[in-house]
Ligand binder design. Sequence first.
Ligand code: ADP
Ligand code: MG
Length: 262
Amino acid sequence: MARIIAIANQKGGVGKTTTAVNLAASLASLKSRVLLIDMDPQGNATMGCGVDKNNLEQTGCDLLLGEHGFDECRVRVAEPTPGFDLLPSNSDMTAAEVGLMNTEQRERRLAEAIAAVTDSYDIILIDCPPSLNMLTLNSLVAAHGVLIPIQCEYYALEGLSALLDTIGQVQNSRNPELKVEGILRTMHDPRNNLANQVSTQLIEHFSSQVYTTIIPRNVRLAEAPSHGLPALLYDANSRGSIAYQTLASELLGRTARSSAAV
Ligand SMILES: Nc1ncnc2c1ncn2[C@@H]1O[C@H](COP(=O)(O)OP(=O)(O)O)[C@@H](O)[C@H]1O
Ligand SMILES: [Mg+2]
């Protein structure tokens, strides 16, 4: 059964989508069977995979509202070989959020919609929107772990307690298995003293929950989406791409160790 990881932080611009797309591509290149779920109505992960969000017959919205099945909504991203699957999103997803409000078990819709396909994948990544809304709640209820990208800057830790509280509430009420998968330092600039201080603070607070891999600030990671490509296909040897490939290996190593410990 797939390990389901929600990539969440209600702060915008911290690197959630960049992490989702590049981790999906890097895991696929390591031969993991990957599904990437775009839960953000902005559809940035969809576009970042080279799929035109304005030209979609179905999206995750149709799946969440029960209007179409998984196979009709999913699209295949062919590269890097052997490729990965994407459940795409666009502004219709906002309609899903509103539609879910009047639905029974509204926070479990994503979990239920993907339950039948989790055996087809090794890892399912969910790119969450930048808020703690019903779409994020659906993601946290469906997930085993939460990967929290954090930009090492002054206000980085602000808001983290709200996210950790939400994770705690979901654990208590709807998904007791949910845990913090890991904390990822993103857009890191080692010449910036403040970034180094925040990084040290994170390790003091969260110790081994912080990934060893640090994602550097790297212009190639920012350029790649405008070409509809993960960095691995845009510039495989860039520091940003290499960091995400290292993160993919670290994540697989941790998953293997925790399942061996069970
Ligand atoms: N490591 C990085 N180096 C340089 N630019 C980055 C990096 N990570 C993300 N970006 C850029 O920062 C912006 C916000 O990143 P994004 O992944 O969209 O954040 P979020 O999904 O959390 O809103 C985007 O323009 C993205 O291309
Ligand atoms: Mg995003």
